[in-house]
Design a protein around this ligand. Structure first.
Ligand code: HEM
Length: 221
């Protein structure tokens, strides 16, 4: 009961925040969203290494096609998807701790709300990623933002210094499992829903692997 009310409070606090669905260029700027900006560091892994990672994940052009199919299906469901994902984090004490305010010890609504806007953009970005250098560089940036070099900096949050590594790829499962019903809501065939879901699992796992770079000892990534 307590957990549910926390989840409800967090979701209510955040649902005031609107999330543009279109690419950042044509939508109102999302604070802290810096895909494609020159200020970003170059990723420490190459496009060729990305291709090898794709191969290892059995991530093919067919997956890219199914991710693109999911974009239109998810476009007007972004807020509902985010409610479910934020509800999961809010009701899981092991996870919500990474959004806590150091002074109050309570979840930081402003921090959660600011990240939520970029999370909404990330849904669209994952669906129509083109896997170029700008995309790769932003993967590195997202990894930094989960770890001590950059966590909290974008939103000037006073929170814990990093998300522990063990949870990063683990969250792929709740994120993609809870996405599946949304993929099925717009009349796609059961086979297409399966393929879109499989493509999302591969893409999210691949991204969390790329985000893991800052956690790995030099030369071992
Ligand atoms: C499948 C795994 C995950 C996905 C898809 C994901 C997605 C994202 C995205 C899209 C952002 C915003 C990136 C940006 O600034 O543009 C973000 C930030 C953040 N995520 Fe994750 N995340 C994952 C795992 C986790 C886990 C396990 C936690 C722990 C609760 C977490 C906590 C955070 C926090 C605290 C931020 C804000 C970082 C900052 O201060 O800038 N994430 N995440």
């Amino acid at each position: 009961m307590k957990r549910n009310s926390l989840a409800f409070a967090l979701i209510s606090a955040m649902s005031a925040v609107s999330v543009p669905h279109a690419a950042a260029q044509s939508a109102p700027a999302i604070p802290g969203y810096t895909m494609g900006q020159k200020s970003l560091a170059k990723a420490p892994y190459t496009l060729a290494e990305l291709e090898s990672l794709k191969k290892t994940l059995l991530f093919t052009d067919e997956d890219i096609r199914y991710l693109r199919m999911s974009k239109a299906i998810l476009a007007d469901q972004t807020e509902a998807v985010l409610d479910v994902w934020y509800g999961f984090v809010a009701s899981t004490p092991e996870l919500v701790v990474y959004f806590k305010n150091n002074k109050t010890g309570a979840p930081d609504g402003a921090y959660l709300g600011a990240v939520r806007k970029r999370f909404g953009q990330w849904i669209a970005d994952t669906a129509d990623a083109n896997y170029d250098q700008a995309w790769l560089d932003y993967q590195y940036e997202i990894g930094l933002r989960h770890t001590t070099p950059k966590k909290n900096k974008t939103d000037k949050a006073d929170s814990v210094p990093l998300v522990n590594f063990r949870y990063l790829s683990a969250l792929t499962i709740p994120v993609t499992t809870t996405l599946k019903p949304f993929l099925a809501k717009k009349g796609a065939s059961a086979a297409d829903v399966e393929k879109m879901h499989a493509a999302w699992v591969k893409s999210v796992l691949m991204q969390t692997i790329l985000w893991s770079y800052p956690y790995v000892r030099d030369g071992q990534f």
